[in-house]
Design a protein around this ligand. Structure first.
Ligand SMILES: Nc1nc2c(ncn2[C@@H]2O[C@H](COP(=O)(O)OP(=O)(O)OP(=O)(O)O)[C@@H](O)[C@H]2O)c(=O)[nH]1
Ligand SMILES: [Mg+2]
Length: 371
């Protein structure tokens, strides 16, 4: 009997051998659904062996306003970088696998405290637990953003890594597919769509959905949906995360080598060039990280006092008054009466707002709570 991993590998080989076109889309979808199920089985088996004394995860305490995970092959310069931009010191050396555990550091920039995690060079097979891969992947999954470090002399590695993260359920710079599946008691698989479906027929969708144990469900589709998107919606371990890339070692790469590396990366991803060793581009990198994390500043004005214009609260740029309240004090949401806002999100100065009011960068906020 083949192990779960061998079964998954066999299916992957079959997917790779299958020509990708309209006629094979449903077949590939079924194979991917099968992989998703085998992985759920594998995770369960692993959790079981862990409970009986298996491997231990990296103990990482999240801190600061956001967490960024450094991801890259061995020797691309991850530790060199973290030692330059944070207060942490991580050993640097010219051989692979210098870093064996997760080393956290804090980078302070524009009022935000950003936790950066140095990780061992992730390698192929990590999703199956190779080279502490499972622990590394768990740290990446819980981060707010991935910062890929790419070495221009081994740029083929990006694809290998990216695929590894994809196999582990990480969807980087992708949005959650607009697919909604609701289990019902009877009626079979009822597909309702607002756009024309060219990838799969309703029967083919039904087959994938039934393979996840549903007999009746209402499926609502708002885009031309692929088999993989349906599987992503049904598999529970998908994580949608932001990712950016820094091409390192520009001090020893030619313009041509840098261009080739850039061309090997996804066209619409944020990318910049640095030399961690020489310190080139590192201030720009801090801005780049800050901006891609999507932060904004909210200034607080306690009732009857002046606003604190020195130390804004650093929050995600889609935050509402509720999120600010949660950050200030655990009782604030329960005791909330109303907020008052002056600034870009207010229609006029000191507009009265509720918990669901969306704030904007530079707002000044007063929160009024019940006594
Ligand atoms: N020329 C040059 N060398 C660099 C640069 N950044 C790192 N290096 C060198 O690359 C080698 C590996 O650097 P590390 O920072 O240890 O790499 P790592 O990614 O942490 O490697 P692992 O911990 O093994 O995964 C060291 O010899 C560094 O001095 C750079 O910007 N330019
Ligand atoms: Mg290292």
């Amino acid at each position: 009997m083949a192990t779960i991993k061998e079964q998954i590998d066999l299916i992957r080989v079959e997917i790779d051998k299958t020509q990708k076109n309209k006629a094979t889309n449903a077949h590939i979808g079924k194979l991917k659904a099968k992989i998703a199920q085998l992985k759920i089985k594998e995770e369960k088996a692993h959790a079981h062996s862990k409970a009986s004394g298996g491997g231990k995860g990296f103990e990482i305490k999240k801190s600061g306003d956001a967490t960024v995970a450094l991801v890259g092959f061995p020797s691309v310069g991850k530790s060199t970088l973290i030692s330059q931009v944070t207060d942490a010191h991580s050993e640097v050396a010219g051989y692979a696998f210098t870093t064996l555990t997760c080393i956290p550091g804090v980078m302070e920039h524009r009022g935000a405290k950003i936790q950066i995690l140095d990780l061992p060079g992730l390698i192929k097979g990590a999703a199956e637990g190779k080279g502490r891969g499972r622990e590394i992947l768990n740290v990446i999954r819980s981060a707010d953003m991935v910062l890929y470090i790419v070495d221009p002399f081994q740029n083929a590695h990006f694809d290998v890594l990216h695929r590894e993260l994809h196999n582990a359920g990480l969807r980087l710079n992708e949005s959650r597919p607009p697919v909604f599946i609701k289990r019902t008691l009877r009626g079979g698989i009822d597909v309702r769509t607002t756009v024309e479906q060219t990838h799969l027929s309703p029967e083919e969708m039904g087959e994938i959905i039934r393979s996840f144990g549903y007999t009746s469900a209402i499926v609502t589709l708002r885009n031309n949906t692929t088999a993989e998107q349906i599987v992503d919606c049904l598999a529970e371990n998908r994580i949608y995360e932001k990712a950016v890339v820094a091409i390192n070692k520009i001090d020893i790469a030619t313009d041509e080598e840098l261009q080739i590396t850039r061309d090997s990366l996804p066209k619409d991803w944020p990318v910049m060039n640095i030399s961690a060793f020489k310190g080139t581009g590192l201030e720009e990198l801090k801005d780049f990280i800050y901006e891609n994390l999507g932060f904004m500043r909210v200034f607080l004005k306690p009732q009857g006092e002046d606003a604190d214009m020195e130390e804004p609260l650093i929050v995600k740029d889609d935050s509402t008054v509720r999120q600010i309240c949660n950050k200030l004090h655990r009782d604030f949401v329960r005791k909330f009466r109303f907020g008052k806002v002056k600034g870009p999100s207010a229609k006029f100065d000191w507009q009265r707002v509720g918990l669901d009011h969306l704030l904007k960068d530079g707002d000044i906020l007063t929160v009024i709570v019940k006594r």
